[in-house]
Design a protein around this ligand. Structure first.
Ligand code: ADP
Ligand code: 5GP
Length: 199
């Protein structure tokens, strides 16, 4: 029987390198997929509806919350974000490991509902480097960058709730750490106990 997939939650300050690290780590792997969130924020240049996010109106967002269609949801710097439940469930049932790139309040909701979820926090090497990366990324105004840095300082306090911490200084090392966590999780007793009985 095919094993059920795992739920992997990635959080960390905006600009810490979550998308960069995860994309580098899962390149060429067929057992992983990303959950695409819904958001009420506007697309950034180059972002594609249905790929980066499903960009929806606040009214549609409220309707999804009302109908319990979101596994978790939260407000982040004046916009709403949420994870559609049906996709995650379907993919995990089909044996895929599903990655959620979500902020800390959402991660907390997921851990409460699904304690077996693996929570990973990605840290930048310093706040100065975080600011530099946000500026270099060039997708946000200075006002938004300042708001994101303020939020980042608050988010760091939540790191203690996570199972693992990755420091994204050198990208290759951070990607290796991510892959190592996935490997270790696959070797957990709970994951292997059915096999034990067949030996
Ligand atoms: P997040 O998904 O956490 O918001 P991104 O993956 O968009 O962050 O990364 C923010 C910026 O930092 C991007 O421009 C990315 O290219 C850059 N970046 C990511 N990881 C590193 C790294 N290890 N060293 C230098 N720059 C990085
Ligand atoms: P951004 O606007 O930079 O794409 O994302 C801002 C923050 O929202 C990031 O910390 C990202 O992880 C988080 N985020 C993205 N999608 C979701 C989601 O579905 N739920 C929650 N709780 N946070 C999300």
């Amino acid at each position: 029987m095919k094993e059920k997939g795992k739920l992997i939650v990635i959080s960390g300050p905006s600009g810490a390198g979550k998308s960069t690290v995860v994309n580098a780590a899962i390149k060429g792997r067929e057992d992983m997929c990303f959950s695409t969130s819904v958001t009420t924020r506007a697309p950034r240049p180059g972002e594609v509806d249905g790929k980066d996010y499903f960009f929806i109106t606040p009214e549609r967002f409220a309707e999804m919350v009302e109908r319990d269609e979101l596994l978790e949801h939260a407000e982040y710097v004046a916009h709403s974000y949420g994870t559609p439940r049906a996709f995650v469930q379907r993919q995990m049932d089909a044996g895929f490991n599903v990655i959620l790139d979500i902020e800390v309040q959402g991660a907390r909701q997921v851990k409460e509902k699904m304690p077996e979820a693996v929570l990973i926090f990605i840290l930048p090497p310093s706040m100065e480097e975080l600011r530099r990366r946000l500026i270099l990324r060039g997708t946000d105004s200075m006002e938004t960058i300042e708001a994101r840095l303020t939020r980042a300082r608050e988010e760091l306090k939540e790191a203690s709730r996570y199972d693992y911490i990755i420091i994204n200084d050198r990208l290759e090392e951070a990607a290796e750490e991510f892959a190592a966590i996935l490997l270790a999780e696959r070797c957990r007793y709970a994951q292997r106990k059915d096999f034990l009985e067949t030996v």
